[in-house]
Design a protein around this ligand. Structure first.
Ligand code: ATR
Length: 286
């Protein structure tokens, strides 16, 4: 570090188990970019002053994590249109007079789907959950040309709200349903994306949908959870012959997309693979 070192950081609460410092510091070191990345636990009432402080200190970039991804929006100078629609921001890039907010979580999922050969254009999907993560995913699928999205949620009203919002913009793509109402979904093989926190460590022995019949609909399963690395949902998909993926690559690529925005570069594929390997090592994952 010297007087030219660019500073980046994560704000959230808690942040002490975040893998983001490893992602960004590894990328900076390998690409010989004089940049460091630290993590700060910030209370909700201090989000505005944290942003002003970063601006005054000319921070090169910020990441924002739970629970501040929505709270931070009023403190931004500009916002990317997709992040604005999703209503959540995780990456801040300096712009004239402040920071511009982006949502690279969604870029991360898109790259993960591309990596695994799961195309979106013209395809049908099932989404489990209708919370913040599902909202971002449904916007991604609709904006990349998905044909139909069956949106299953425990509370129907939340699924309906999200479906109405997205359909108003993209046409009748999203079909909201109760979590138990999948029997009338046409028999087919769908990419199913699991967006709830059901099955996350330490309560790993559950899946949002337990019924084996549901998994007959599975052509491929994606769980946004990465701890455990194989969730019960993923196991059920695989037991029905479908490949299943966790959220670890999504995590990798959201970081890489942020790093690329800050440094205006493209991270080579081999380096992305190296960082992925380092992440798994740090997290004690095979
Ligand atoms: P996130 O931002 O991670 O998506 P969220 O906005 O709180 O978090 O959304 C959580 C999602 O998980 C919701 O779809 C929630 O269903 P409800 O809308 O009915 O609350 C879903 N969820 C949480 N716990 C669940 C459970 N035990 N069974 C089924 N769905 C659950």
């Amino acid at each position: 570090m010297n007087s030219k070192t660019k500073l980046c950081c994560l704000i959230g609460n808690p942040v002490e188990h975040s893998i983001s410092p490893l992602i960004h510091n590894t990328l900076a070191e390998k690409l010989d970019i004089n940049m460091v990345y630290a993590a700060f636990a910030v209370e909700t009432e201090d989000v505005g002053s944290a942003i002003s402080g970063a601006e005054a200190l000319k921070f090169h970039g910020l990441n924002v994590t739970v629970p501040h991804k929505c709270t931070v929006i009023p403190f931004l100078k500009e916002i990317d249109p997709l992040a604005e629609k999703i209503g959540a921001v995780n990456t801040l890039v300096p712009c004239e007079g402040g920071y511009k907010g982006y949502n690279t979580d969604i870029i991360g999922l898109y790259r993960e789907l591309c990596d695994e050969g799961l195309s979106i254009d013209g395809k049908d999907f099932i989404i489990i959950g209708a919370g913040g993560a599902a909202k971002a995913i449904v916007y991604l699928l609709a904006s990349k040309g998905a044909n139909r999205v069956w949106l299953l949620n425990r509370s129907l009203d939340k699924a309906e709200l999200l479906a109405n919002e997205v359909n108003a913009e993209f046409g009748e793509i999203v079909c909201p349903k109760r979590l138990t109402e999948y029997s009338d979904i046409p028999k087919n093989k769908y990419t199913i994306i699991q967006t709830t926190n059901v099955g996350m460590y330490p309560a790993c022995d559950v899946a949002a949908i337990e019924d084996e019949a549901f998994y007959e609909l599975c052509g491929a399963g994606v769980d946004i959870i990465f701890n455990p690395t194989t969730t019960r949902f993923m196991n059920k998909c695989m037991q029905h012959g479908a490949p299943a993926y966790n959220g670890l690559k999504m995590l990798l690529y959201q970081g890489i997309a942020a790093f690329e925005l800050w440094n205006k570069i493209e991270v080579p594929k081999e380096l992305a693979e190296f960082v992925y390997f380092q992440m798994k090592k740090e997290m004690n994952i095979d």
